[in-house]
Every structure is written in C-alpha cells, then in structure tokens.
Design a protein around this ligand. Structure first.
Ligand SMILES: [Zn+2]
Length: 361
C-alpha cells in the first residue's frame, strides 16, 4: 500500500466513536474516490488480531470466526455525496457538521469502533465497509460483493448503519416504474375529425390515478404506505397536429408483502385496457424482526421499530434471504444537505446500544 500520510485512525481515535466520526469525515471520500479511506480502514482492521480481513475494490470486509452458531453483519458505505462547502468537519456545541456526518460516517464509526474494541462479541460478526452507495447501482460495493464473494454476505441478520436518528427502520418498500402508452392517428388540427388524439386518451389513465386509493399494510408492527403516482408525461408532434402517441410514466412504491411480479400485475390491473410497459423495478424487503438476533437487537434499542419507506440496501440482504434493518445515529432529513450534521449524543447512544447487544454473555 502506498500512502503519503500517516493513518489517522490511531488506537486512541478508534476507542472513541465521536472522535472517530470526525476523523472519518475528514478523510474525503466522494463516490469513486474511496481509495484513501478504504486503505486506512483496511490497515486498521488488518492489525486487529481477532479479525480476518479481505478487500474487493474499495470495499473492505473483516470478520470474526469465534465459532458462534449465529453471524450478524454490520455494514456501512464509505462514500459521500459531493462536498458542498462542508469539508472538513467543524464542531459546534454538541454537533459535528460536515459532509457525511449523518450519511453515514457516524454509522461507519460505530461499526469500526466495535470492530476494533470488541474482541469477543456474542455473535460472530462480519463488518462490511463498502464503496459507491450514493451513485448508480452498478458501482455499489454490496452489489459487487454479492456477485464476486456472496459468502461475505452470509449471515443470520444484518444491520445497515444508515441514518435513522437512532430509530430502528425495518424492511423497505419496493419500487416499480412503468410506461402507459396510448396511440391515435395523426391529422391536421384543422381537420381533427380525421385523427384520433392520443393525449386525450391518457385522460382515462389519469382519472384512475386520481381515484386510486393506496394500501396501508402493517407487517411485524411496521406500517408501510404504498403510493402510485404519475411522474412524467410526454406527447405531442407540433402545434397543428393531432398527436398519435402519448406516454405516461408511473411509479408504484409497494409494501414488501408484494413481490415485484405481483406489483407489476397490480399495475396491469389498475391500467387494464392500456398498453403497459415495465421500465424497471426493485424488490422490497420484509422487516424480518422475528429472528432471534433481531429480537435481541430491538430489546437493546428499547424502542418500537418503524417502517422504511424508501428503497435501501437492506433489500440486497433480503434478496439473499437475510433479514436486515437500518439503524444509525444520523438524521436522515439532513443527509445530502449542505448543513449536514450529527448529534454527539446520538453517536454515544448508538455505541452503547451496540455494545449492550453484542457484549459477551
Ligand atoms: Zn447513506
């Protein structure tokens, strides 16, 4: 490894998750530029005797092998969105400001702090510090690991330390986009009766959307709210032509009790009689809170879980049959904002919770 600075992740930094958060924030790591931070993390983990470390691109994996019959994953992405006058970090009272403080270097700090300071956890743990979560899925470190080293993801339960403001956010909703296409016949608008207007034909589809009543579904105590929305419409040829084509793009956010196939069937039902073309879809993830490590985790947190409405990487674990949830100290409402910050108290609470959950018994 060639690096021109001393590794700032020293033992006295690793022992304090608050100092560690600031130190991680001060290693710039915008997506596709994670080599330096991955080098620093890898070096620290390699020097930790109770861990076996491996690397794929700028994704670092470290694991214990203590012979426990259950294994959990603690995962966090190393990258941030582009900096916006918010680098390096600044401290104001009990807040740390800076790019990635909330999303999600405070979460990464919790995992790295545990990796360095808990040699004898009550479950075997796989730590994953991965690249490129904030950009297109093809670069996503977890996606690449799932293809190249699926065994790195094998576990009974996974926690992603994404910002949730200290609340457990379980499962996630699926998402599907489709194009509803109408066709007609072109004509000069001066002789419109010779044509068929494809834009008018979309009116019926829009009325169905107006009348649509989305489901609310409760699974394992988590309430998911579905939504079906028009997100784009295009059509028209010229100012004097009856248009012969119009396309309405819709986005369905669906609760995890529907599969992608069932979600598509539902869209076909809603738009029966129309030409429906699937653009893309991603599955949801069931909250999976019945597994023993998950129940013990909820006890350690001591608060009710909430449903995750957006799509997150927990779905990658769910696709492998591994229950996963989000739990992290950052405030999701501050993610990607120029005034992004994290509360020091939330970092300390998070570290205490994880220690309670994973301490040797
Ligand atoms: Zn994130």
């Amino acid at each position: 490894m060639v690096r021109h600075m001393a590794n700032p992740l020293t033992p006295d930094v690793l022992v304090d998750p608050v100092v560690l958060t600031r130190t991680l924030v001060d290693i710039e790591s915008v997506s596709r530029d994670e080599k330096v931070i991955a080098d620093c993390v890898e070096e620290v983990l390699q020097q930790t005797p109770h861990l076996t470390t491996d690397r794929l691109g700028n994704t670092v994996m470290a694991r214990t092998d203590l012979g426990h019959d259950q294994r959990i994953v603690l995962a966090g992405h190393l990258d941030t969105v582009p900096i916006d006058n918010n680098f390096p970090s600044t401290g104001v009272d009990d807040l740390i400001y800076g790019c990635g403080t909330s999303d999600m270097k405070s979460g990464v700090a919790l995992a790295l702090h545990l990796a360095a300071t808990l040699p004898d956890p009550c479950y075997d743990i796989t730590f994953l510090f991965y690249e490129a979560e904030e950009i297109e899925a093809q670069y996503n470190g977890l996606h690449l690991v799932a293809q190249a080293h699926p065994e790195w993801l094998q576990a009974d339960f996974a926690v992603l330390l994404e910002p949730t403001y200290g609340v457990v956010e379980a499962g996630c909703q699926g998402t599907l986009r489709a194009k509803i296409r109408t066709t007609g016949r072109r004509a000069h608008t001066a002789r419109a009766w010779r044509g068929v207007n494809a834009i008018h034909a979309v009116g019926e589809a829009l009325r169905r959307l107006e009348d649509y009543r989305p489901r609310t579904v409760t699974i394992d105590g988590c309430t998911y709210r579905e939504g079906l929305n028009a997100v784009r419409i295009s059509g028209g040829v010229a100012g004097n032509v009856v248009p012969d084509e119009c396309t309405l793009e819709v986005n369905l956010r669906f609760a995890p009790d529907r599969t992608e196939k069932q979600a598509l069937e539902h869209v076909h039902e809603v738009f029966a009689g129309f030409d429906v073309e699937l653009t893309d879809s991603a599955p949801g993830a069931m909250p999976g809170l019945s597994a023993a490590p998950a129940r013990e985790f909820l006890t350690a947190v001591g608060a009710e879980p909430a449903a995750k409405l957006g799509w997150t990487d927990v779905a990658r674990f769910a696709a492998l049959g591994i229950p996963a949830l989000n739990y992290g100290p950052g405030d999701p409402l501050l993610a990607h904002a120029p005034d992004e910050h994290v509360e020091i108290g939330k970092i300390r609470d998070g570290a205490a919770t994880l220690h309670r959950w994973l301490a040797p018994r």
